[in-house]
Design a protein around this ligand. Sequence first.
Ligand code: SF4
Length: 340
Amino acid sequence: MNESDGDLRADCGACAGLCCVALPFAASADFAEDKPAGRPCRHLTADHRCGIHDRLRDSGYQGCAVFDCYGAGQRVTARPGLVPGAAMFEVFRVTRQLHELLWYLAEAAERAEPAEPSALYAEIDALVAGDAGTLVATDVDALRARVGPVLERAAARVHAGAGAGDGRDLRGADLVGARMRGARLRGARLRGALLIAADLRGADLRTADLLGADLRDTDLRGADLSGCLFLTQPQLEAARGDTATVLPSRLSRPAHWPAAHPGGAHGGAGHMAGPSAGKATPRGRAKGYRPGKRSGDGSGGRRGRERYEGRRKGTGGGPGAGRGGENRNRGTDRRPDDRG
Ligand code: SF4
């Protein structure tokens, strides 16, 4: 498989519905009910289609609406010698994690000096294509630990070449519910940042590094995400945006995002008053971020966080677990060095 995006995009028509059988999920704000690993979802049809595909969000399956297998489903379905069952599901589980790494490496190769990410891409791709027993025994965490620095160096090259602002360091920052409307975050390092329900309307996020940032319900209406690094479709699907949100060319506008307000009144960076308007601090609090403001008793931020913690499923924990809007309980979902 080469580094083309096409091989890393889900093709549900060529898949045996693996994600709807192999993966578990738990009743929550993202799933209407419990489903153990290996049991077909009751909405899966005989021809491997989702019977509620056109109404997933309205039916309580937001977690399915934001999920992406990065092309692992059709690749595993096409593997010779595997039939649906425990062995195939395990191959899918590992392949899906490795395909996500391939997605990041493909972007790194495209955006910066390609030699290093391309070599690692080829190594991981060969692993996915190789013996199934070797594949499922892969130490995925060890591979992640190798991919992380490669992506870090690629981001540094992109930022150096783009003159990308001051590259504010907000890695892993807790910005849940932060008010950052119109923030100037060009080139910011937001790896693993908690931006859940943050207000980033009209923000300048050009070339920001968003690897593993939690964008669930983040308000991106009118924001400029052009050239963003390591932003994925599941992150976008979990966020709020509109037709005025500017996206990186690699990604698609989520179908549920509405048309922009005719007045375009999202308050971009250029409209902010004063030199510090919209600035987010390295300590992780945006100017104007007031936890508890909503309830008046100082507990609003905490409650908001607890609400989303409740939505996080998974038993793996660790950096990035369940982040980026991917809320299925896969137990081992992590990202390379997102510092979450
Ligand atoms: S509801 Fe989700 S898990 Fe069930 S069939 Fe549809 S997409 Fe698959």
